[in-house]
Design a binder for this molecule. Structure first.
Ligand SMILES: Cc1cc2nc3c(=O)[nH]c(=O)nc-3n(C[C@H](O)[C@H](O)[C@H](O)COP(=O)(O)OP(=O)(O)OC[C@H]3O[C@@H](n4cnc5c(N)ncnc54)[C@H](O)[C@@H]3O)c2cc1C
Length: 367
């Protein structure tokens, strides 16, 4: 059989999803001269968001997200952690910060960046199906591609159509936006531990450049799905967290968050999953933007290195570049089974608990 050439393919890589993982992969591949097509089912990448959009310092400084225009972000240097009885401690680490974001604008900015770097971004185009062909994939509505990358989130259709691993365990998060509202203490990320309102995770209140965002996430059980009681949560914690009274929510953000670490079969035969589709989210903090970005970027570079320079197969790099989250998976296991309110009520101010909380929020993001 003759070896396939560039001319046999309509694209070097088709990426499904134009959020953090897809944008990073597209930018890395397009910057190295590949023909990149990005399919995004939303017409406006800033609509129907399902993320709070908080970016950790490492991502804000060490990735292309360091070019997000400053008015789209707000620097937060402190975490206020509240026990179920609403006693609180302030946590900070010298030099550490998070960025809350005007997330719709960030997503539109990413779309512009992809276009500027030569990616063919097709908004309002959903991926439906693909079939394996010699040396790549025939993607419905697009044509022949050497690689197919699924950056299509926690319920990846690419994973299903290509027979790759699927994420099976989730948290479910819901968030209200209060546009234009101001918190009493806007320079802290307010995090609330409560088995009643957030079993398996936490609730949060944050000041973003657009207003206030308040959310709640809990362990998702598909057989026994429970809707987070965000109204009850806000009644309980609103005053302690400095939320003004009588606010009316604007948009709601909601979605599933993978919480069991990377999927087993994330890459095979020139189909690769990245970001949430690959399960690459911290099982403890539920932060996925930084890891989605890094993984997407590594895969975009690996595809370019393989196609352009005969580098190693991108599938193996995708697996190697995926964080394992071993320690965090163990912590998740323990928290799912042993979460009680009383140790936090009793020990929040104790040095060991403060130390543990600072590790989670500020340091040791690997492992
Ligand atoms: C409520 C909530 C709050 C969160 N807050 C934070 C936070 O503050 N900080 C943080 O680091 N992480 C947070 N996370 C996690 C974080 O949002 C994700 O880990 C991150 O967005 C993953 O990026 P991604 O590109 O892999 O996938 P996603 O952001 O899920 O993007 C997938 C993209 O694929 C598109 N798509 C899906 N199917 C198709 C299809 N068939 N065809 C074409 N396009 C398709 C979608 O429209 C979407 O644009 C939060 C998650 C939730 C649910």
């Amino acid at each position: 059989m003759s070896r396939s050439t560039d001319f046999d393919f309509d694209a070097d890589v088709v990426i499904v999803g134009a959020s953090f993982a897809g944008a990073a992969c597209a930018l890395a591949a397009a910057q190295r001269g590949l023909r990149v097509v990005v399919l995004e089912r939303k017409r406006d990448p800033g609509e129907k968001l399902h993320t709070t959009g908080i970016i950790v310092k490492e991502a804000a400084e060490q990735t292309l997200l360091n070019r997000v225009p400053a008015p789209m972000t707000r620097r937060i240097e402190q975490v206020r952690l509240y026990a179920p009885n609403l006693s609180q401690i302030a946590l900070a680490a010298p030099g550490y910060y998070f960025l809350t974001t005007d997330t719709p604008s960030v997503m539109r900015w990413l779309a512009d960046e992809m276009r500027v770097h030569g990616a063919d971004l097709r908004l309002g185009c959903a991926f439906t199906d693909a079939r394996a062909i010699d040396g790549g994939w025939e993607v419905e509505g697009v044509g022949r591609a050497r690689y197919l990358v699924g950056a299509d989130g926690a319920r990846s259709r690419v994973a299903r159509r290509c027979g790759l691993g699927e994420v099976r365990q989730f948290l479910y998060g819901v968030e209200y936006e209060f546009p234009g509202a101001k918190l009493a203490q806007p320079n802290a990320l307010h995090c609330f531990i409560s088995k009643r309102y957030a079993p398996g995770y936490i609730g949060w209140i944050a000041q973003s450049p657009m207003g206030i965002q308040t959310g709640l996430a809990l362990r998702h059980d598909a057989a026994n799905a429970r809707v987070p009681d965000i109204e009850g949560f806000l009644l309980r914690v609103g005053a302690a967290g400095g939320l003004p009274r009588h606010l009316k929510p604007g948009a709601t953000r909601a979605g599933l968050i993978p919480c069991s670490g990377p999927v087993m079969d994330m890459a095979r035969d020139r189909a690769i999953l990245i970001g949430d589709a690959a399960g690459i989210v911290s099982p403890v903090t539920a932060g996925g933007i930084h890891s989605a970005w890094e993984h997407g970027w590594a895969v975009g570079r690996a595809i370019a290195a393989h196609l352009r320079d005969g580098g190693p197969e991108a599938e193996s790099i995708a697996v190697e570049a995926a964080p394992r989250f071993r320690t965090k998976r163990a912590l998740r296991w323990a928290y799912d089974r042993l979460q009680f309110d009383w140790p936090f009520d009793l020990l929040l101010h104790s040095p060991p608990l403060r130390w543990a909380a600072e590790q989670v929020y500020f340091h040791k993001r690997r492992g």
